[in-house]
Design a protein around this ligand. Structure first.
Ligand SMILES: Cc1cc2nc3c(=O)[nH]c(=O)nc-3n(C[C@H](O)[C@H](O)[C@H](O)COP(=O)(O)O)c2cc1C
Length: 255
């Protein structure tokens, strides 16, 4: 099929757990489209200035052209051909990392000055480039409750509505520190790959989305595990391993 994927990998660290989720999703997409064209960008490594609100992209001289000549042009070039927009970003203080928000602000270029009514009520700007990539949010966070993503999800939904990007998936994993324990997340990884395949075939199903976000360890145990993982010494490591083994046994029905 040869679909074009614009992928933003928004974690500022390597290795990144959120990027691992992105990798798995792309693997799944490739299973169904072996000529998938993937363009991945790391905003924090790029020269991308913040939108300065100069309004020149809304002026008459050069409408739709940004006054800043920087690396955002690379992202915009791909965006203008993109069929999918995968936004992978860890949760930072309940929302996107600043470097990712910086990129989102620059998509202002895709909006025209006039104000029109949103289909759902409210107001929007018409789109300039007529591109409507299917958008997927991929995120992980360190607290155990899935509700920690509420603000991020709402933010992304509003962005998608206004940018007219059909929201096509939310792949979210809380309690991400449990990824250090072997096997605990294996089913989630499989589900993310499946989500990628489903995305190419049509829709990511509710059961796949649920399999990705379902808790694998009680919040209380996870909090102890996560707290201990920042302590020094062998004792804390042994305790972390014991909690992980208990959770794994429970999950497998052997504990
Ligand atoms: C600056 C900063 C802010 C964070 N804010 C939150 C938060 O609000 N809620 C949360 O559950 N985790 C928070 N975390 C934890 C990360 O979301 C979590 O470790 C994530 O899995 C990291 O993904 P990565 O490996 O892709 O960078 C924060 C981490 C950092 C460094």
């Amino acid at each position: 099929m040869g679909s074009v994927v614009l992928a933003i990998s928004g974690s500022l660290r390597t290795p990144s757990f959120t990027e691992k989720m992105l990798d798995l999703c792309i693997d799944g997409m490739r299973e169904k489209d072996d000529s998938l064209e993937v363009h991945r960008f790391y905003p924090h490594t790029m020269e991308i200035g913040p939108c300065t609100s100069c309004w020149s992209c809304w002026g008459h001289k050069r409408p739709g052209v940004c006054a800043q000549k920087d690396d955002f042009e690379q992202i915009l070039d791909v965006y203008k051909r993109a069929d999918y927009f995968l936004l992978a970003a860890p949760l930072y203080i309940f929302d996107f990392p600043a470097t990712v928000k910086n990129v989102i602000d620059r998509f202002f270029i895709d909006l025209m000055p006039s104000q029109i009514e949103l289909p759902s009520g409210g107001t929007q700007h018409p789109k300039r480039f007529g591109r409507h990539p299917r958008a997927v949010l991929i995120s992980s966070c360190g607290f155990p409750e899935i509700e920690n993503f509420n603000l991020l999800r709402q933010h992304f939904r509003i962005i998608c509505e206004h940018m007219e990007w059909p929201l096509s998936g939310e792949l979210l994993i809380s309690a991400a520190a449990a990824a250090h324990a072997p096997k605990l997340f294996d089913r989630k990884y499989e589900a993310i790959r499946k989500a990628g395949a489903e995305l190419i075939q049509g829709e990511i199903t509710e059961s796949t989305t649920e399999a990705i976000s379902a808790p694998v360890i009680p919040a209380e145990e996870y909090r102890r595990m996560a707290s201990l993982s920042f302590e020094r010494g062998i004792t804390s490591k042994v305790k972390v391993a014991a909690i992980a083994i208990k959770a794994l046994r429970r999950k497998d029905g052997t504990g």
